[in-house]
Design a protein around this ligand. Sequence first.
Ligand code: ZN
Length: 76
Amino acid sequence: MTCKEARETLGGRLESSVSKEQWAAFEAHMTVCRECDRRLRQTESIRRMLRRCCNRLGAPQSLRSRIALALPHRAA
Ligand SMILES: [Zn+2]
C-alpha cells in the first residue's frame, strides 16, 4: 500500500466504507510508515473531539465527515 492509498483508506474509514482486507493493508502500512501513523493518530483525536462537540451541536453526519477529512490534511 502507498501513502496515497493509506490516506484514501483513512478517508473511507470515516465513512465506514473500508473492507477488512483494505484495513489490514492499511494497518500494515502504519507499522512501516511514520508519516501515515502520525496522520492516523491526528485523525483519531479529531474524530473523538468531533463526536463530543458535534453530538452536542447536532451537526449532520455529512458535515462531520467533511470536517474530519479536511482537518488532518490541512494540519499535515
Ligand atoms: Zn505512508
